[in-house]
Ligand binder design. Structure first.
Ligand code: HEM
Length: 322
């Protein structure tokens, strides 16, 4: 029996229902259709930079790119984008005093929008969710809709911002790998898998509980105890012989293996979108910004202290747009 089958899910059945409903509206087709718009957003952000200088790449590029994508996907009007990005950035920082106000702000914004989309449906994900009919209960209750939208935002925003940040930071610390990707942009999709393995942004899973007594790696886990999977560490596990040294960043590594999107029934719903966004963001950044280097010592960078999300709070770089 696999580990998944021996673990009970921590979340109530309600969550499974919301997931099912979200996946109806959040289809792979919707994701693929987003590619040209994501490219446009990436180019616009680079166009907005002064031609050369120093900037915080998190603020200027890594955060606004996925933030704008998810905001547009949900159908959040542009005048709310700044608030939306600020709140979703804080929503996972559980230690921050802004955590609760940010969740409340996000909830209020999404609740207003859901009501609005009910009155005037548009061609966006929130309107699609409003239109989804649950075969048991008919239309979704307002609170379920807002909960589903919150789940997408909280799960999907900071994870992507910080995968991108960790990837750029890794490249800046490995100039040979950076050069390789600049010379061979066709390697970028495979490199994204390597970044998910080498330094992913979601460090650990949500809680699971052992459904029976088990032993893992010589550690007895009694039935009912809470188990959290160190997803980031799994990418650095003792390798199969063919995988090579897990401590080495190798953007040409074939089929980098990782648990970055989880496993089993909670497998990341947004994995195709996260891959697409990160691939387009890196390709555009490398193509448009021929000079890019860290503007501060790597060991002076401040890391997010949420325990869930791994990434730097800011990424000071010196750059020149080509
Ligand atoms: C690099 C970016 C991302 C990473 C590393 C990531 C990682 C993960 C992981 C590890 C889980 C499973 C957690 C667990 O089993 O305890 C998960 C679940 C989830 N992800 Fe992502 N994610 C990313 C981007 C996204 C995006 C862009 C979206 C949607 C817009 C999204 C939506 C979700 C949702 C809704 C779930 C919950 C699924 C469930 O509980 O059934 N994620 N993600």
């Amino acid at each position: 029996m696999g580990l998944g089958a021996q673990m009970m899910e921590a979340d109530p059945p309600e969550h499974t229902r919301l997931r099912r409903l979200a996946s109806v509206a959040f289809t792979p087709r919707r994701t693929t259709e987003l590619a040209p718009r994501i490219e446009q957003i990436a180019h616009d952000l680079i166009d907005a930079l002064p031609p050369a200088g120093e900037t915080d790449l998190v603020e200027a590029f890594n955060a606004p790119l996925p933030g704008t994508v998810i905001a547009e996907l949900l159908g959040i009007p542009e005048e709310h984008h700044l608030d939306f990005r600020r709140w979703s950035a804080r929503a996972l920082q559980v230690a921050s005093p802004e955590h609760r106000p940010a969740l409340a702000g996000l909830h209020g914004l999404l609740a207003d929008l859901v009501a609005d989309k009910r009155r005037r449906p548009q061609d966006d994900l929130l309107s699609a969710l409003v239109a989804v009919r649950d075969e048991e209960d008919g239309r979704l209750a307002e609170e379920e809709l807002v909960g589903t939208a919150m789940m997408l935002v909280v799960a999907g925003h900071e994870s992507t911002v910080n995968l991108l940040g960790n990837a750029v930071l890794a490249l800046l610390q490995h100039p040979d790998q950076l050069r390789l990707l600049r010379d061979r942009p066709e390697l970028v999709p495979g490199a994204v898998e390597e970044f998910l393995r080498y330094d992913t942004s979601v460090e650990r899973s949500t809680s699971r509980y052992a459904a029976e007594d088990i032993e893992l790696g010589g550690v007895p886990i009694p039935r009912g105890s809470m188990v959290v999977v160190a997803l980031g560490a799994a990418g650095r596990d003792a390798p199969q012989a063919e995988d090579g040294d897990p401590a080495v960043l190798d953007v040409t590594r074939p089929g980098a293996r990782h648990l970055a999107f989880g496993h089993g029934i909670h497998y990341c719903l947004g994995a195709p979108l996260a891959r697409l966004e990160t691939t387009i963001a890196l390709r555009t950044l490398l193509a448009r910004v021929p000079e890019l280097e860290l503007a501060a010592p790597a060991d002076s960078l401040q890391w997010i202290g949420s325990g869930i999300i791994r990434g730097v709070l800011s990424l000071p770089v010196r750059y020149r747009v080509g």
